[in-house]
Each structure stands twice: as structure tokens, then as C-alpha cells.
Design a protein around this ligand. Structure first.
Ligand SMILES: NC(=O)c1ccc[n+]([C@@H]2O[C@H](COP(=O)([O-])OP(=O)(O)OC[C@H]3O[C@@H](n4cnc5c(N)ncnc54)[C@H](OP(=O)(O)O)[C@@H]3O)[C@@H](O)[C@H]2O)c1
Length: 269
């Protein structure tokens, strides 16, 4: 983990989804190191296992793919915030998500339904639940999208479409919420070391670790971009080049190119 400079974050509380693993867990460690005074409320099925004596963590156990569990979890979250969060701005990080690798026909509809519920439904539901507080206290929303948001993604068709939603939705929400002082930013990581690839049933690609970021690197770049007031950030220089090109190609060409790239993530037999 890189050395993290202690500073005061301009937030009284951080609410994040998916803090138990990967990028979310790095957000928890980063915030606890940078500003231990900040209350962190995490929503996921497992409790984050973060080793820090300074951590002020509230865990709300919730399955964000499930409508019933999600409504109960959000009710509990609002109670926790009312009881424990000091007054001041709130940072919401919508991070939880998963993917599935393979042709659309390679998984059953329940898996895709759960993916859309988590990657899209939960992002909207958690944001809607916190919006009154965000408007009242001020703050920011950071939505974790992906580099796959910039072009159609054969072999990850549904996952890519959920992330395109997150990117476009974040930009639109940013414009709507600017007048009330709530910032919105999308984070677009490329291949990142976490449990994501195993969960999606894909290999780690053919480009090797040199081009794969750590979750800590993604979080450092995301927090820096938020401080600078960016609308979205693509993390990692290679990912920046790839997204810049993809966004400028006709859709049929970028679809062809992403298909060739994603074929390299086919799991070895
Ligand atoms: N790793 C990459 O290469 C990569 C690249 C671009 C974008 N991303 C995005 O980054 C975000 C974080 O992924 P990651 O790489 O850190 O993967 P990860 O290590 O698999 O973490 C996923 C997180 O989401 C939570 N989650 C999954 N299903 C959930 C559910 N039903 N209810 C509540 N929480 C749930 C998990 O918590 P529990 O299991 O405890 O519920 C976990 O904390 C995702 O949105 C992903 O799409 C990842």
C-alpha cells in the first residue's frame, strides 16, 4: 500500500457499497488512514475485514441484488446515519458490482437479473435513499463504472451495458445536482487485482500484471480526481488511451475491437 498522507476529508461520513473486498476494501483502508475521524458505513453481505485500530466502521449486512433485503438495509442505514453521523457533508461511493464472462446464452436469466439489480438497481436505490441527506448537508457521489462503459462488450454484453448506464447516468446526475452543491463523479477502472475475475469466470487476460492496477492504485486515482472536481476518471494510463480511442471509433469498429480484446480473457480449459 502506498504511503497515504493524513489530511481532513471534507466529509463527516462515507457510505459505500461493497467494502468487503477488492476496490471497496481499499476505499475503506484509504479513508481510515487519511482521516480516521470519518464515519464509514458499509453495505455488503460480508463485513469488511480491515486491520485498523482507527477505523470508525458501521456495517449494514445486506444483499443489494435482492429488493426486500435492499429496502431493509437502506432503512437500517438511514437509522445509523441519524444516530451516529456527525453533521456535515456525506460521500456516497456506489462500488458493489459483479460481471459474468461468456456469451449471453452461457448463464441463466437469474444471474443477469441479479447483476442488473446490483450494478444498476442498487446504484439508483442507494442514491435515491441518500439524496435528501445529500441535498441537505452537501457532499458527493462516486459511482464505480469501468473501462467497458465506453463501447459494447461482446462476451460481457450485459455487464458492459450496466457500466455504460453507470457512466452516462453519473454525467447526467452531475448536471442535475450541480446547482444544489452535490458533486457526482464516475470512476472507470480497467483490469484490477481483486476477486472480480474469478467471480466473473474469466482469466486475467494476456497483457500480464504490468498493465493490471492494484485496488489501492485505483482508489488513489479516484480520490485525487474527486478532489479535482472531475466528472469521470479512467484510471491507469493504458486504460486512458484505450478509452480515448474507443470513444472516437464508430460503434461497429469499437465492438469488433473489444470482442478481440475480451476473447483473450477466456478461461484456460
Ligand atoms: N476488478 C476489476 O478488474 C474491475 C474493473 C472495472 C470495474 N470494476 C468494478 O469495481 C467494483 C468493485 O469490484 P472489485 O473488483 O472490487 O470486485 P470484488 O473484489 O469481487 O468486490 C465486489 C464487492 O461487491 C460486493 N457485492 C457483490 N455482490 C453483492 C450483493 N449482492 N450485495 C451487496 N454487495 C455485493 C461484494 O461484497 P459481498 O460479497 O460481501 O456482498 C464485494 O465487496 C465493481 O462495481 C466492478 O464492476 C472492477
Amino acid at each position: 500500500m502506498p504511503v497515504v498522507e493524513k489530511q481532513h476529508l471534507p466529509y463527516a461520513a462515507v457510505v459505500l457499497t461493497g467494502g468487503s473486498s477488492g476496490i471497496g476494501k481499499s476505499f475503506v483502508s484509504h479513508i481510515a488512514k487519511v482521516d480516521p475521524e470519518v464515519l464509514i458505513c458499509n453495505l455488503s453481505r460480508r463485513k469488511p475485514d480491515v486491520n485498523s485500530a482507527q477505523l470508525k466502521l458501521c456495517h449494514v449486512e445486506v444483499d443489494l441484488s435482492d429488493n426486500r433485503s435492499r429496502s431493509d438495509g437502506l432503512e437500517r442505514l438511514l437509522e445509523v446515519l441519524a444516530q451516529k453521523a456527525p453533521s456535515g457533508p456525506i460521500l456516497l461511493i456506489n462500488n458493489a458490482g459483479f460481471g459474468h464472462y461468456g456469451a449471453f446464452s452461457s448463464a441463466d436469466s437469474e444471474r443477469y437479473q441479479a447483476m442488473v439489480e446490483l450494478n444498476v438497481g442498487a446504484v439508483m436505490a442507494v442514491t435515491a435513499a441518500l439524496l435528501p441527506l445529500l441535498r441537505e448537508r452537501g457532499g458527493a457521489i462516486m459511482n464505480v463504472a469501468s473501462v467497458v462503459a465506453f463501447q459494447p462488450t461482446p462476451l460481457m454484453a450485459t455487464y458492459g451495458a450496466t457500466k455504460a448506464f453507470v457512466l452516462h447516468w453519473s454525467h447526467a446526475l452531475r448536471a442535475e445536482l450541480a446547482p444544489v452543491g452535490v458533486e457526482v463523479m464516475a470512476v472507470c477502472p480497467g483490469s484490477t487485482q481483486s476477486a472480480f475475475h474469478d467471480e466473473a469466470g474469466m482469466s486475467r487476460g494476456s497483457m500480464g500484471d504490468a498493465f493490471t492496477q492494484t485496488a489501492d492504485q485505483v482508489v488513489e486515482e479516484a480520490m485525487r480526481a474527486l478532489r479535482r472536481g472531475k466528472a469521470h476518471v479512467v484510471t491507469g494510463w493504458l486504460n486512458k488511451v484505450q478509452c480515448w480511442l474507443s470513444a472516437r471509433l464508430p460503434l461497429t469498429w469499437s465492438t469488433w475491437a473489444s470482442h478481440r480484446v475480451l476473447e483473450k480473457y477466456r478461461p484456460k480449459a
